[in-house]
Write a protein of this length. Structure first.
Ligand code: ADP
Length: 301
């Protein structure tokens, strides 16, 4: 009997399942297409096939940790209302998984799982506290204070992507105005580039062109980086946390995004706070959420 666990990152376009050993070695990993139209029963049937395969490669699986986009009720194990998985509306996924696989299961918000992964095993493993920022299609964060996830009363803590940078700014998907998300998400980067250059390309392509030195693409990433810097300065002033780890698709831009952010931070915070800020890229990338899920699964035994 070993203490392997299954980690699952359920997403709106794909899901990744991993068999994780006690030392965090990923013994097997499988990627499945999920898609907007995915229904819970069909997704669970696909998971079952993969987990059966994992059983053949393990001496014993003890638990499952799954993360998914929010909003999500961690306490009751319910996926509440994920924009990109509409058929998962109010789905009691923990109960469904526990019944199907007869294993203790934990359900966590994806940014929070990735934050736990980075905190325990990645860019934050020497830290007491950190804020993990995810910049992809949307922008979110997760806050770990003295080793504990800070959830807020209803698990909403960390929605800094929907706090306001400019009250006269454009209307955000959430209905509010001038949210941080509208200044740095992948779709925003693509939109801003189209405004400057009259060419519609993806956020990923903007990053590629910036890496090749294209001025307009560099300018857009620099603007996104500055918005990130203001966000980090504000969060540092509120929480007095020093370590900020940036993940998500857009973070592939690395220093093209982080250098402008670091440069602007001192202008928006006390020197005594800004001088201690460490702003770094995710060390674990896609594995951050999986290792966070594995960590949570291991808390059940
Ligand atoms: P999601 O947020 O949908 O879970 P991602 O974190 O991959 O997924 O973020 C997707 C966004 O990040 C897209 O808007 C895309 O333009 C951008 N993106 C994806 N891959 C890259 C990349 N390699 N470089 C830069 N941006 C990327």
């Amino acid at each position: 009997m070993t203490d392997d666990v299954v980690a699952i990152d359920l997403g709106g376009t794909k899901s990744v399942l991993a068999l994780v050993a006690p030392d965090n070695t990923i013994k097997a990993q499988v990627r499945l297409e999920t898609g907007r139209e995915a229904r819970p029963e069909a997704v669970l049937a696909d998971f079952e096939e993969v987990i059966q395969g994992f059983k053949g490669r393990s001496q014993g699986i003890r638990a499952i940790g799954l993360c998914a986009p929010g909003p999500l009720d961690h306490e009751h194990g319910v996926i509440v209302n994920p924009t990109n998985l509409p058929h998962f509306f109010n789905t009691p996924l923990r109960e469904m998984l526990e019944k199907r696989f007869a294993l203790p299961t934990v359900i966590e918000h994806d940014a929070k799982a990735a934050a736990l992964g980075e905190f325990h095993f990645g860019a934050g493993k020497a830290e007491q506290s950190l804020i993990y920022i995810v910049i992809g299609t949307g922008v979110g964060a997760a806050i770990i204070i003295h080793g504990q996830l800070y959830r807020g009363l209803k698990n909403f803590a960390g929605e800094f992507g929907h706090t306001t940078l400019d009250r006269f700014g454009e209307v955000c998907n959430c209905g509010s105005r001038g949210c941080f998300e509208t200044y740095m998400s992948g779709p925003w980067i693509a939109k801003r580039y189209a405004m400057l250059n009259q060419e519609e390309i993806s956020g990923a392509e903007v990053v590629k062109r910036a890496e090749q030195g294209e001025t307009k693409a560099l300018e857009v990433l620099s603007l996104a980086g500055e918005a990130l810097g203001i966000a980090v300065a504000s969060m540092a002033m509120n929480f007095d946390i020093e370590c900020f780890v940036v993940g998500g698709g857009v973070s592939i831009a690395g220093e093209l995004l982080l250098a402008p952010a670091r440069k602007i931070i001192p202008s928006y915070s006390f020197k005594s706070v800004s001088s201690r800020i460490k702003l770094v890229s995710s060390a674990l990338r896609e594995e951050a959420a999986l290792l966070g899920c594995a960590f949570l699964a291991r808390q059940t035994f």
